[in-house]
Ligand binder design. Structure first.
Ligand code: DGL
Length: 284
């Protein structure tokens, strides 16, 4: 059987990336790890996020023999992807970053909003990414404390669903006016993989004309390119087509929450999900 592609996030947010990966690479197998027992990452600091990232990668390599890794978390990419590549030089690794460049290409008003975690927005990687964009763009950066946590619980807790709505309202209000008129934000970058699952709430607040951009599809295409260039891309006939074989979802947190998210967002059966305990990473 083919080695799977490992995908992980602090929790269920990376399922938005897994969705795009499965559509782009239907012949590949996937093992997804939601580190929900340690979510959210966004307000935890780099050292914590880097240690979790190393522990998860070690586990996915040792227990699942992954052939490639997708870090489906902006916060973990910002905090740890360079060190991760150094530790695993033979493993193709794809990260996710807020889609500033595509947003800069699409805006007409020149004013772009970015919703992301505090960790992502405060990172050196983000500063570099922002500095590489056209100088005339005005960026409205909004750290969204608590939003990933509320999304994490929304499928199993009605109070969390209301909290998602309230936080989306609070943060979009804080960013100023949205719309297509002069001086308005016409493009919103969803710089955290969890926020894709708050699209409906955001759409209701922002109206039909504001563009929302996430990174699932470009990351899936980049993963295909990387597999192809390293001769690892599955060819016809490699996959069984059976869901039980093609995708495994693991969580370090609440199994019922992962099962609910997998069913609601990806149409996957509860049997695709399991709990996992991870040993702590040793980082030299
Ligand atoms: N989904 C993650 C991201 O893309 C992290 C959310 C969190 O755990 O704070 O940044």
């Amino acid at each position: 059987m083919r080695s799977p592609i490992g995908v992980f996030d602090s929790g269920v947010g990376g399922l938005s990336v897994l969705q795009a990966l499965r559509a782009e690479l239907p012949l590949e197998r996937f093992v997804y790890l939601a580190d929900s027992g340690h979510a959210p990452y966004g307000e935890r600091g780099d050292a914590f996020v880097a240690a979790r990232t190393h522990a998860i990668t070690q586990h996915l390599c040792a227990a699942h023999g992954i052939q490639a890794l997708v870090v489906a978390c902006n916060t973990a990419t910002a905090a740890a992807i360079d060190a991760l590549r150094q530790h695993h030089p033979d493993l193709p690794i794809v990260g996710v970053e807020p889609a500033l460049k595509p947003a800069a290409g699409l805006t007409h008003t020149g004013r772009i909003g970015v919703m992301a975690t505090r960790g992502t927005l405060g990172s050196g990687r983000f500063a570099q990414l922002q500095a590489a964009q056209p100088a005339h763009i005005e960026w409205v950066l909004q750290p969204c404390d608590g939003l990933a946590r509320a999304i994490e619980h929304r499928t199993t807790d009605p109070a969390a669903r209301l909290e998602v709505q309230a936080l989306c309202a609070r943060y979009t209000q804080a960013m100023g006016r949205f719309g297509t008129g002069a001086g308005e934000i016409d493009t919103l970058v969803l710089g955290c993989t969890h926020y894709v699952f708050a699209r409906d709430e955001l759409r209701a607040l922002l109206g039909p004309d504001v563009r929302m951009i996430d990174t699932g599809e470009p990351v899936a295409r980049q993963t295909r390119r990387l597999l192809d260039s390293s001769g690892r891309l599955a060819t016809t006939g490699d996959a069984s087509g059976d869901t039980a074989d093609s995708v495994r979802l693991l969580t370090t947190g609440d199994l019922a929450a992962l099962q609910a998210a997998a069913a609601q967002w990806l149409g996957l059966p509860p049997t695709a999900c399991a709990r996992v305990a991870l040993p702590t990473a040793s980082i030299d």
